[in-house]
Every structure is written in structure tokens, then in C-alpha cells.
Design a protein around this ligand. Sequence first.
Ligand SMILES: N[C@@H](CCC(=O)N[C@@H](CS)C(=O)NCC(=O)O)C(=O)O
Length: 246
Amino acid sequence: MTNLRSPVKLFQFPRMFAIPNLSPFCCKLETWLRIAQIPYEVVDTPDPRKGPKGKLPFIEDAGVRIADSSRIIDHLARTRGIDPDARLDDGQRSIALLVQRTLEEHYAFVLAYTHLLRDEGFRHTRTRFDSVPAMMRPLVTALVQRQIKRLLWKQGILRHSDEEIVESALRDWRAVLAMMSGGPFFFGDEATGVDAIVFGTLATTVLTPIESPIRDFLRSQPGCLAYAERMLKRFFPEFARASRAA
Ligand SMILES: N[C@@H](CCC(=O)N[C@@H](CS)C(=O)NCC(=O)O)C(=O)O
């Protein structure tokens, strides 16, 4: 018999730094679970190939595995009858979708570039391969970087210069920030699904030691770092304490 009350199993990359997850999609989903107050337990999963669609995050709910953060959110909202977006009007829902597409279908590729290919990022993120046996590590690391380069070349951004890639990301963020309310959350007083998306991409950009001109730009924008820190403190107080102590 299906027991919808047992905690959802959340399969995601092991944590790095004092944020929920370096992956914007894993961080988004975990943030949404906290906004929606749905009980879950984390299963550290370094290898995305284990998922039903070969990507992380995915969940197991009452024995069924579901992939893709947005499909998972739809499933949980439907089966639990919880919808943090319930009070949004049609205009806000449209803005939320456009923000999502900007961050997930463009900026997420820039993140793969800044975090996994650029020296300033890879210097930090290469530790994710520490669980690979030492003899195999250089091979696996080179293979993964080659796959990312191939992906970003086919997607298109790697055909641009570093400066052009950075500029395109700043355009994404200028547009997103222009849509944000004065706070405390994206649409005002209550956190909604778009906060999970924005925080998912912002946390990995501004709350990690990975340097980039995008990080510098965002940290210089009034209210932007404060928003990320507020989200962290509100939904992940355990990490907010850790980052203060560091
Ligand atoms: N649309 C998916 C995207 C998930 C995704 O791209 N995850 C990345 C990590 S940020 C991944 O697992 N990449 C591994 C791969 O493509 O091999 C979602 O929303 O969950």
C-alpha cells in the first residue's frame, strides 16, 4: 500500500561548501522541499547515472523513482496538496516561468563553465572526484571535463570567449534582478517556487569560494547577497551557522 507520509528519499550530489548543494537543480529541489515543509531524507549520490534519467536530483516516493526537479515538484505538490505558488496571479506565474527558463536553460550552462571548466572553479570542484580511487582519478576527471566541453560546445556557449560568456550571464541576472520585489522573497512576503530556483542558482554563485566576474557582479548588486543569505538562514539555518563560523 502506498504510504504518502513516509519521507521522500532525495538523491543528490554530496554537499560541498556551506550551501545545500553546488548543483543548482539539487539546491532548488531541496529548497522547495523546505518551503513546502515536506519531510525528506538525503541520499548522497555522486554518480548521476544512477538516476532514472541519468541526472541528479531524483527522488524515491513510496518506492517509485521520479527524475527532474520540476516534474518532482509537480508530483509532490499534487500528491501532498501543497502549493507554495497558490496565491500567485497569472502575471507572476509567467514571470516565474521566464525566470526559470533564463536560469535553468541558459545560466545553468554558464555555471557548468564557471564551476567545472574555468580554473577558478575547477580548483575547488575537482575535490568532488576524491571518492574515485586515486589511480583512476586523473582519467575520470579528464573524461568528465571532456564530456562537459563537448556538451557546452554543442549547446553553443563554448563557441564564445570567456568575456562573452560572462556578459551573457550578467544579462541573465540583470533581467532576473529587475523582476525581483524588494523582498524579503522574490514576490514579496512569502517564499514561492521561484525562490527555490533563484536561490538554487544564486547560492552556488555567490555563497561559494568559486571566483568569477559573475560572482563579483552579483555580490555588488544591492540586496542580492542579502537575499541569498536570507534564504539560507530561513530555510537552511544549519548552513547559515556553518558559514558564519567559517
Ligand atoms: N532538468 C533537470 C536538470 C538536472 C541536471 O542537469 N543535473 C545535472 C547536475 S546540475 C546532472 O545531473 N548532470 C549530469 C549529467 O548530465 O551527466 C532537473 O531540473 O532536474
